[in-house]
Write a new protein. Sequence first.
Length: 118
Amino acid sequence: MDCHNREYNCPVGATLALIGGKYKALILWHLIDRTLRFGELHKRIPQATPKMLTQQLRELEDAGLVIRTVYPVVPPKVEYRLSVLGISIRPVLEKMYDWGADYLKSNGKEINCSMTMR
């Protein structure tokens, strides 16, 4: 869903349009406080195929949440980091983590994912 081509009057809808996606929240989470290369992101989110990870990163970049930097070296070096807008989503991600952790615990399930609370 491209939030640049539609008018959103619902704050939750606008947020979900930006960060809703199979791996977007995980990508954003792993970029908090650090810059990572594609391979490093893929190691942290191994369930994402390279094609899907690339697609999600492009959508986050198009939304202005992630900055992609390409260095003119051989072999090519590409790094990803959060933009100022991306950094501003941190409290939302932390609240999502807290809510999900409480939900899992209340249902007798153990947290088992690549997201760890900082």
